[in-house]
Design a protein around this ligand. Sequence first.
Ligand code: COA
Length: 312
Amino acid sequence: MTVSPDPSSPGPSSPPVLIRPMAPSDVPVAERISDEAFLAADLLTVPRGAPDPTPRPAERSERWIARTRSFLDTDPQGCVVAETLEGPDAGAVIGFATSMVRERLWVLATFAVLPGAQGLGLGSRLLAAAEQSGRAAGCDRAMLSASDDPRALRRYWGAGFRLHGQRLLSGVLDRSALPAVTGLREGTEADRDLLDTLDRERRGAGHGPDHVALAAQGALVVDAAGDGYAYAAASGPALVAARDEGTARRLLWECLARTEPGADVEVGHVSGANDWAVDVALTARLTLRHDGWLGTRGMDAPTTYLHHGALL
Ligand SMILES: CC(C)(COP(=O)(O)OP(=O)(O)OC[C@H]1O[C@@H](n2cnc3c(N)ncnc32)[C@H](O)[C@@H]1OP(=O)(O)O)[C@@H](O)C(=O)NCCC(=O)NCCS
């Protein structure tokens, strides 16, 4: 199955909506839709024993809004909303998709439909409309990070994505397990060409303008020999990219060492191609569980690479 070549044409059961470009004024509404839709999906799919999903905290909502506004600056053609055309809610935005083109790579950042309007074909139309940007730019590879929502997985498989199970390692770090890490330095904006080169080797495209959002999330740490980098956020790594497993392990240990003692730490988005990260995080006595899927099209799951959930 492939996505509809004409995203403007409704499916047989789709309610009357207009699929249109996202405007800056739509961003706060989209943030609310995404929080509600992900919370509902997480409540249905949370494994026994895992912490109960909670609404997004205010500071993460603000970061979400800032990041999405920057997508509108860099990738307006990849960001679309579904607006109702009829009824008392006519004119309301009830779903959206945001995506970006980075060189030859199309990245789906977020995709959500209000819980009451799901399963009616809106997601299919939004995804097809967002994908037009990648097609127009001639992208031959694509990445996304999916929740466990069966509707999302069905959509992505239908759009030709291979789905790789992801692991999340979380908990309070055993700091006595932290090794002495050498050969790393603080990164600066002057390292951006190196970072883009490393990203091209790992995923086929640099992060380009996304380094601004990544730097807002955590400190940039760079391997002194130029073989890798990481963004170390307060709760763990936001992204790790390295040429080899040894460098990737040192960067991950450094990200873990930089978290607050006693804080909850997360090492997420660990695909089967990155068992080195499972090894590091289990050594640090974090707890391992399944958490979502990495979707790839036209490429394998990147190795020695822990992707960012929205910027991949
Ligand atoms: C993922 C999401 C955006 C899709 O939007 P949607 O409007 O529900 O999508 P569609 O109706 O076009 O497609 C849903 C598909 O799942 C199927 N489906 C519906 N309910 C289902 C269920 N409980 N289990 C499995 N499949 C289901 C539908 O039949 C449809 O498949 P089909 O077109 O092959 O028949 C939406 O469900 C959502 O917001 N989910 C929560 C947030 C999320 O997970 N977002 C994805 C980011 S990773």
